[in-house]
Design a protein around this ligand. Sequence first.
Ligand code: IMP
Length: 424
Amino acid sequence: MAGSVIVVVGTQWGDEGKGKLVDLLSGEADICMRFQGGGNAGHTVVNDFGDFKLHLVPCGIFNPDCICILGTGTVVDPQSLLEELQTLEQHGVLARNMLVSGRAHVVMPYHKLLDQVEDEARGAYRVGTTGRGIGPAYTDKVARIGIRISDLLDEVILREKLAVVVQRHNALLTNIYHQPPLDLEELLSQALAWGRQLRTRIIDTIPLMRLALRAQKNVILEGQLSAMKDLDWGSYPFVTSSSPTAAGAALGSGIPPRDISRIIGVAKAYSTQVGTGPMPTELQGAEAENLRKLGGEFGATTGRARRVGWFDAVVTRFVTELNGCTDLSITKLDILDNLAEIPVCTAYRYKGELLNDLPDTAQHELCEPVYEILPGWQTSTLEVRRLQDLPYNARAYLDRLTQLVNVPLHSVGVGPHREQTILA
Ligand code: IMP
């Protein structure tokens, strides 16, 4: 990797295993920046330091020479960040290279409260959010009443801004949601305390990134979730409030789109989703239970049982095209090791018509998957480290997925540990 900007994005509904790939790629990275989202992420990383579920900290943190940054497009809960850094340090991971963009927005305690009461109030259109305050923090950003990380360093500005927000949210919280009112002084002193603790980590990312690009440094832009949960392109309204795409990476990092050299899309060898929204290949009953158990599919952030299903090539093709993916990384292949047959969704049937392209949310809800049944390999792949050593049917499965998605293979995950990766 010599002087490159690599974007890593999900190509399903999130939880594809991006964390593991970013951890691996970061071994050679100078900078690893998260460009959107916040503590709603649950990036699982298993390496020699231990077994981690990172919610905010970029997965490059395990390389002591890699500068990790929460970019301008993120929303940051300072309390969660401080706790996550403490946990990492307790495991011997030096987090002194962890920086935060002063332009990123703060997830305040009232955002978490609003997230819960507002999602309940959506009725049939309940999103099933992670409850981490992500949506309300982005809502305040767009409404131009957000608190930015740099505001935490200035009591005068912070007091003025908070006074406006508190008045506005109190009207909503007390009258509509019957919650106790927010206390300005309490919020102010909490926020100033966060500012004091994070002071040395808060930066203007622009000069640093400009220098890095000029010096041909290796940069990884780490995404959370996937375009299926993108505010514009996902299954609206069952989406998150940011843009987990390569375009979002340019926006949230401040790196010009033309400087992006590679876009790696990550896809699990089957499908999972947390939260509501269409999922044509979703399994039910014992079949779902079995796949969920095999894959350990429980949310890293919420602990919720993930919805599970077969690989949906229509979804991953849509997402990789939208992102312009140059590479495809397939994860958790080993989870399918014992199956005799593996269905893959190649197209949909919608009102009797065959669809090769993803329709919008309401039609997507009604699509039925058209399956091709591929033979399983019924051999463990956990120890395999080279493509040519995979069982024939496992190779054939990967070949069929990359052919359907039309993106070349970058790597294959055959276990949770960093080492359990086959580079194509
Ligand atoms: P929010 O991002 O918490 O607002 O939730 C919006 C949608 O994205 C919901 O369907 C969540 O379950 C889903 N979601 C958010 N973060 C993650 C994640 O890291 N993995 C999987 N789903 C997520």
